[in-house]
Design a protein around this ligand. Structure first.
Ligand SMILES: CC(=O)SCCNC(=O)CCNC(=O)[C@H](O)C(C)(C)COP(=O)(O)OP(=O)(O)OC[C@H]1O[C@@H](n2cnc3c(N)ncnc32)[C@H](O)[C@@H]1OP(=O)(O)O
Ligand SMILES: CC(=O)C(=O)O
Length: 490
């Protein structure tokens, strides 16, 4: 079993622009604990009062995971960590001459003495000590060994090798980590950054070299280009190398969504495991293959990581996926109609456009000569916003012919409108807005704005789009499109 030290709340929060409140940190920590990570690096206690409050809350929550704080080689940092009630510290010691001389303005023997002193101090305060070599990948390995040996002699419990600026190669991992693992009889960990795109590969190589603990973050958050992504290390380690971790993969997606939402860092669509497109198929040949046996074009099954497969339509669509989507919509088409629907979808794609659910409906209505009256339609929307009013929206919908009027307030006009629409939808049962994304299709202030929403009802999730030059109307249109799909398919 390889232990995971999750540093989403420390290195992950060092992602430029990311700042979590104490309650948000606690929320994420609880999720990480449920996911099954072994150690949560909850922050750097010395950073600020708010940071301390967050770490204190996490340490006081009684989670199964060990709770850890980052510290420099300074007694002051240890005092702050102790004050938060953590189980352990991640004591980071610069080991490259570059860091020792240029950053700390010290020499090697001063580093050895400082480290011994601070490790002893932390042990005297009852802390577990993970002693990390910062910038180890650019350091003299014999000096790293010296720092580690001295640290262990005075009580350090675990060791970690940090590729602080992401310049490690798998070859160097094999060389350095094998040497350290063979030399020391304690846990040796590895902390990798992704500056050159090697973080996950190096982390896996480290485990192969004998590391029994690795540092990871959800979604690969972290300084600059980030750290090794937990979800990628777990799934590639498990699938390709039979490695065992304590985490429950089925919770990977919801953990990723929570971290993305609270950190404000959106994921690229093509992000492995948790990106929007990781289990989405447009190309006809792929969709056809997946529909007969999903392993033809899916290396892992979406359900293994708590996700669902999705087919979307576009220029590359073929008959198989259209047939599957129509079936899901309760529409039956013969071969000729199917060919016609595919042709019209490709026509839209050829014009450089995305095919929306509204487009598909229009195509179906035309080709199959059927008209599916939407159960929910918009009658009226009024929005008030400005610098001296709380943004407020009132909405009138017709739901199965019945007039439903609701209002909502929010942080802005879109938020208020979504709030009002959501309240009106409560007539139809519990409907959750899982995701909301805006894309500007063209440039400029009069750009066509495309809003994509994901709605969930009774475990079923649909995506829908709205496209207008008015972002509020595009948002409401997407919400209505989504809800009509959800309830029609019901
Ligand atoms: C590779 C990593 O991820 S390291 C972790 C990075 N995390 C952070 O920086 C956490 C957030 N940081 C902060 O809030 C602030 O930087 C603080 C509170 C830690 C320190 O703030 P300040 O006292 O104003 O110092 P400042 O940020 O300007 O410089 C860092 C100081 O730490 C020293 N330092 C850096 N790393 C270490 C270390 N591992 N051990 C000992 N001292 C260190 C630097 O030499 C510098 O010392 P100086 O002020 O005497 O010159
Ligand atoms: C400790 C750490 O975050 C690093 O060296 O990258």
């Amino acid at each position: 079993m390889v232990k995971l030290l999750d540093t989403t709340l420390r290195d992950g929060e060092q992602t430029p622009g990311v700042s979590l409140t104490p309650d948000e940190k606690l929320w994420i920590a609880k999720k990480l604990d449920e996911l099954g990570v072994d150690i949560i690096e909850a922050g750097s206690a010395v950073t600020s009062e708010g940071e301390k409050e967050g770490i204190r809350k996490i340490a006081g929550e009684g989670l199964d995971a060990e709770i850890c704080s980052y510290t420099r080689v300074m007694k002051k940092d240890i005092d702050e960590a102790v004050d938060c009630g953590v189980d352990s510290i991640h004591l980071v010691v610069p080991v490259s001459d570059l860091h020792i001389q240029k950053k700390l303005e010290k020499n090697r023997s001063e580093i050895i003495n400082m480290t011994s002193d601070v490790v002893q101090y932390a042990k005297d305060h009852g802390l577990t000590v993970e002693l990390s070599g910062e910038d180890a990948s650019r350091a003299d390995i014999s000096f790293i060994e010296k720092v580690f040996k001295n640290g262990i002699d005075v009580g350090a419990d675990r060791l970690c090798y940090c590729d602080t600026v992401g310049v490690l190669t798998p070859e160097q991992v094999r060389n350095d980590l094998t040497q350290l693992v063979n030399k020391f009889d304690v846990t040796v960990g590895l902390h990798c950054h992704d500056d050159l795109g090697f973080a996950v590969a190096n982390t896996i190589e480290g485990i192969k070299a004998g590391c029994n603990e690795v540092h990871v973050t959800i979604n690969g958050l972290g300084e600059r280009a980030g750290n090794a992504a937990l979800e990628e290390v777990v799934m590639s380690g498990h699938k390709l190398y039979d490695m065992d971790f304590n985490v429950n993969p089925k919770l990977l997606y919801e953990t990723s969504r929570l971290v993305s939402r609270l950190s404000g860092v959106a994921l690229s669509d093509n992000k492995a495991i948790v990106g929007d497109n990781a289990f989405t198929h447009e190309s006809g040949i792929h969709a056809h293959g997946v529909l007969s046996d999903s392993s033809t074009y899916e290396p892992i099954s979406p359900s293994e990581v708590g996700r669902q497969r999705r087919f979307i339509l576009g220029k590359h669509t073929g008959k198989a996926s259209v047939k599957a989507i129509l079936k899901e919509m309760g529409v039956e088409a013969d071969q000729e109609q199917l060919t016609q629907v595919v042709k019209r979808i490709k026509d839209i794609g050829d014009r450089g456009k995305k095919v929306t659910t509204a487009d598909l409906k229009t195509i179906i209505e035309t080709v199959l000569n059927v008209y599916d009256e939407p159960r929910v339609t918009l009658e009226e929307l009024t929005v008030v916003s400005g610098n001296k009013v709380t943004p407020t929206a009132s909405i009138e919908l017709l739901i199965d012919g019945k007039e439903v009027i609701q209002s909502g307030t929010g942080t802005g006009p879109v938020d208020a409108s979504i709030e009002a629409v959501g309240k009106a939808f409560s007539e139809l049962g519990e409907i959750h807005l899982e995701d909301y994304k805006v894309e500007s299709i063209t440039g400029g202030t009069d750009a066509l704005v495309e809003v994509i929403v994901k709605l969930k009802k009774d475990g079923k999730i649909v995506s829908a789009r709205g496209a207008r030059t008015d972002i509020i109307m595009a948002s409401v249109e997407a919400m209505l499109e989504g809800v009509n799909r959800l309830i029609t398919e019901e």
